[in-house]
Each structure stands twice: as C-alpha cells, then as structure tokens.
Ligand binder design. Structure first.
Ligand code: SF4
Length: 333
C-alpha cells in the first residue's frame, strides 16, 4: 500500500493500521487474467492501477473455479417458468446447482477473510451485480437479475460494500463505494482492538460529519444507539451499530447535504475568522453548491483554518479525509 501525503487532521490514516490491509474480493478477469469464456480478460485500469495501490485483492472466477475451464461455451440465465437456471445454450448443459453450491462455500470462505468490499464484473450471469439478462423462449430478454454468484454473495453478506466496475466510472458511486470500504476497514480495526462503549463513542464522534453528509436520519439513530447506556446489552448494541453504520454510508451524499455539513463546520470557525477569510470560504461553498468548484476546494480552505486555529472537534472529523487524497475522489465539480 502506498503512503498518503498531507494527512494533517484526524483522517483515515489515523485510524488505519498496516496490519489490517484494505482487502477486496474481485472478479478475476478485471485484474487482466485470461479467465473469460473466450480465454480473454476484462482488465480494468482503475481497479488494477489506481485502487491496486491501496487495496489487496482476493480474486475469484466462479466459472473457472467450478471447473468450466477456458475457453468454454458461454452461459446465460434462463427462466422457462421453473425458476432461474444457468445454462450453456450451445450444449444445453445446466450449471445451476454447481454454481450455487460453489457460491455457498466460497462466500463462507470469504467471510472468514473478513473482506472490506467486493468489485464484480458487470453483465456476467455469474458475477454481475444487477440488470443481468434473463432469457425466456419467445420473449425479449428482461434485465432484472443478478449473476448467480453475486446474488449469493449479497444475500449471505448484506453489510459488505459491493460494486461493479462499470458503475465505478460514475464519480459519485465511486466515492461512495470507497468511503464505505474505508469505513468497514475502520470498523474491523475497532473490533480487532477490543470493542468497548468508550471506543464506540470515539468512533461515532469521529464519523459525525461524515454520517451527516450521507444520511442525517441514520446519523440521529446512531447517536441514540450510542447514548443508550444501560438499556441495551453491549453485544446487541455493537451489532445494531455496525448494521446501521453501513446502511448510513450506503446512502450517497448529495451536493446539498455536503453544503449543509460545510456550513455546519463553518459555525465552529465563525468567531475565529476575520470577515475576509469568512467571505472567501463562504464563496467557495457557494460555488461548490452551484457546481462550479469541486468539493476539495472548500474542504481545503476549511482544513487550513481548522489547523491554524486548532479547532479540536473538527480536526478529529473523518469527513475531511475519509480516504487517501491521492485517489482524488472529491476533485470533480
Ligand atoms: S465475469 Fe466472473 S465468471 Fe466471468 S470471467 Fe470474470 S471472474 Fe470469471
């Protein structure tokens, strides 16, 4: 994993331990391995060259791992009224049972590895996340399924951040996925270090602004959970917090929610800044609101002033650096 520059505040690197690498499951063909049905690959530059510098990958090719070999006949999802099947139209061979049995066992194995997320190959009847074609005789194909392996992964492990490489081309979905992955890795660190109510409060406090940018309602529910001293047993509290925390982060932040958080942060600085400094930050927030500037601009101004004035509460907020700046996830207007 490469090291990150400029992490002055209580950002992601303060919560990260090299002993707990960020680990993602990935469809093997995305890494450039020749495992596709035609002996080709589907190498994804962002997955390999950019994310590969930060993440450790656990590659899985379900079709090769059930013994289909390369090259192999292409397969598809078929529904003739007796449930969905995974078949090779050229030979009629049915791979449904083999694939579901494999998926069941593989997901158990992956859960033991405690992944932080998973990147799936789009449009695959085995790996695709959504909108996979289902064929029925005499009818146009409908696009409303997940691949067989992907469906089992999501059913057994609903809290795991999962995306497909095609959707990662969308800047908002990309940032949201990476934010969830880093969030899950921090949670794993908290659990590994021994979870106590005091440490849970520290964790929640550091995530306050980040959670508000994702989902204000969930942020409030999490606050109530953390404050529920004596009314809920510790194990139950930690389980409930983890589920609600992941659900909160899976709501994509909007421009409006970011503006609310930036204005809230400004409130802590208002007595410390002179009128010119205040105007400069407010103008950057307004230009971000109008889509004229990327989020990184008002964030950089705020970070500078938080550091300069030593505003402890804001300095500890992961919102300002939830993932490495080198990924440039907030640099798009
Ligand atoms: S999409 Fe999945 S099953 Fe198909 S080649 Fe890639 S990893 Fe293998």
């Amino acid at each position: 994993m490469v090291s990150s520059a400029g992490e002055e505040l209580g950002g992601w690197s303060h919560w990260h331990s090299p002993d707990r690498p960020l680990r993602l499951g990935v469809s093997t063909c995305l890494l450039g391995e020749n495992v596709r049905f035609d002996s080709g690959h589907a190498r994804d530059g962002f997955v390999v060259d950019t994310l590969g510098q930060w993440f450790e990958y656990v590659p899985v090719c379900p079709e090769v791992e059930i013994g289909m070999g390369t090259p192999r006949p292409s397969i598809r999802l078929v529904d003739e009224g007796q449930g969905m099947r995974l078949v090779a139209p050229s030979t009629g061979e049915d791979f449904t049972e083999r694939m579901t049995g494999f998926a069941e066992e593989k997901v158990t194995e992956l859960m033991e590895l405690d992944l932080d997320g998973y990147i799936l190959k789009k449009s695959s009847p085995s790996c695709g996340l959504e909108r996979i074609r289902v064929y029925t005789s005499g009818m146009p194909a409908r696009r409303n399924a997940s691949g067989v392996f992907a469906a089992k992964l999501m059913e057994r492990w609903p809290a795991l951040p999962v995306e497909e490489e095609g959707r990662l081309n969308d800047h908002g979905l990309r940032e949201n996925f990476i934010e969830r992955v880093f969030g899950r890795n921090r949670w794993r660190g908290l659990v590994a270090g021994g979870l106590t109510r005091r440490r849970l409060i520290e964790f929640h406090t550091a995530h306050k602004l980040l959670l508000r940018a994702h989902n204000e309602t969930a942020y409030r529910r999490l606050g109530k959970l953390v404050g529920s001293v004596g009314t809920i047993e510790d194990g139950e509290l930690f389980r409930a917090y983890e589920i609600e925390f992941q659900a909160a982060l899976s709501t994509k932040p909007t421009n409006k929610k970011h503006v609310n958080v930036l204005q809230h942060a400004m409130g802590y600085l208002k007595t410390l800044l002179d009128p010119v400094e205040k105007r400069e930050i407010l103008a950057a927030v307004e230009e971000y609101r109008q889509g004229l500037l990327p989020l990184v601009v008002p964030l950089t101004l705020l970070r500078y002033n938080i550091r300069r004035h030593g505003v402890e509460y804001l300095a500890g907020q992961l919102y300002f650096d939830p993932h490495p700046r080198e990924l440039m996830l907030r640099n798009h207007a």
